[in-house]
Design a binder for this molecule. Structure first.
Ligand code: NAD
Length: 296
């Protein structure tokens, strides 16, 4: 079985790497935060002290980092990994980043004879832990086919969106809609509660009515309505407000680039921006419901 280097062990990367370990893969892991590495070494992975050490002897490299600058920093330049990896290595880049950044890194990889796909994911930390993520891939079909057996250990649905960068475009469209629907769900729940409804009763009604969506079914933003979601754990873990803000910014850039109108996406971006400026950038994005809380 291939020797895999896994870099970026945060809310998503850690459970994804654990699923590869459970499937019997030989994993070397690295994160800038040593405690994140320790979680994986106690689960059977080998820890590395640097990204370069992590990829030594790896046939496959998987990365799950916050944003474009982290991905470009890891792979490009004289110190970057592309300069160190042998030709033929398969790189599966799972972070959500700007499509042009994904294309730039993939083009540099191609020049070095390295196979690279962008494979951002959807499904949240719950999907990462359960191994039911959706992978949205951009790149060559042959490279996706080579990555598929590994993606299947971490996810349930695998889509080929098109050439390099296309996975990112599809992911950004999805997350713009997610940002809008989470804000809309929060607004509806707050309206119901302010008018005397029990949030759980209202959520059950919406979940079986025409307003149903991913938030009402799997990720309710109101505290105590659903067990095991960030809203019921003080909005800890999950998908950070600042990461959602990043994705809404990527959607705004894509809209500018293509001359598209995204008024609801822009509104959602401003809501998350206000929420982040209020000191909530590190909380899960479902905490946007706090913006609607009535202060008595
Ligand atoms: P996170 O902030 O929890 O984790 C990122 C990790 O990367 C951190 O542990 C950080 O220390 C590490 N890191 C940063 N730069 C590094 C470097 N140069 N070398 C090694 N490690 C480095 O973020 P997350 O929630 O796991 O999200 C990761 C990516 O997945 C983001 O692009 C996000 O938009 C996307 N995503 C997140 C979710 C979610 O629900 N959290 C869902 C889908 C997609």
């Amino acid at each position: 079985m291939s020797r895999i280097a896994f870099i970026g062990l945060g809310n998503m990367g850690s459970p994804m790497a654990q699923n590869l370990l459970k499937a019997g893969h030989d994993l070397v892991v690295f994160d800038l935060v040593p405690a994140a590495v320790n979680v994986l070494t106690s689960a059977g992975a080998q820890g590395a002290a640097s990204a370069r050490e992590c990829v030594r002897d790896a046939e496959v490299v998987i990365s799950m980092l916050p944003a474009s600058r982290h991905v470009e920093g890891l792979y490009l330049g004289e110190e970057g990994l592309l300069a160190a990896l042998p030709a033929g290595t398969l790189v599966i880049e799972c972070s959500t980043i700007a499509p042009e950044s994904a294309r730039k890194v993939a083009a540099a990889a191609r020049e070095a004879g390295i196979r690279m796909i962008d494979a951002p994911v959807s499904g949240g930390t719950g999907g990462a832990a359960a191994g039911t993520l959706t992978f949205i891939v951009g790149g060559d079909t042959a490279d996706l086919d080579a990555a598929r057996p590994l993606l299947e250990k971490m996810g349930r649905n695998i889509f080929h969106a098109g050439e390099s960068g296309a996975g990112q475009v599809a992911k950004i469209c999805n997350n713009m809609l997610l940002g809008i629907l989470m804000a809309g769900t929060s607004e509806a729940l707050a309206l119901g509660v302010a008018n005397g409804l029990d949030p759980k009763v209202l959520s059950d009604i919406i979940a079986k009515s025409s307003g149903r969506n991913w938030a009402t079914e799997l990720y309710n933003p109101w505290p105590g309505v659903m067990p095991d979601v960030p809203a019921s754990k003080g909005y800890a873990g999950g998908f950070g407000v600042d990461l959602m803000l990043k994705d809404l910014g990527l959607a705004a850039e894509a809209a500018l680039h293509s001359g598209s109108s995204t008024p609801l996406g822009e509104l959602a971006r401003n809501l998350y921006s206000l929420h982040s400026a209020g000191g909530h950038g590190g909380l899960d994005f479902s905490s946007i419901v706090k913006l609607y809380e009535k202060k008595r």
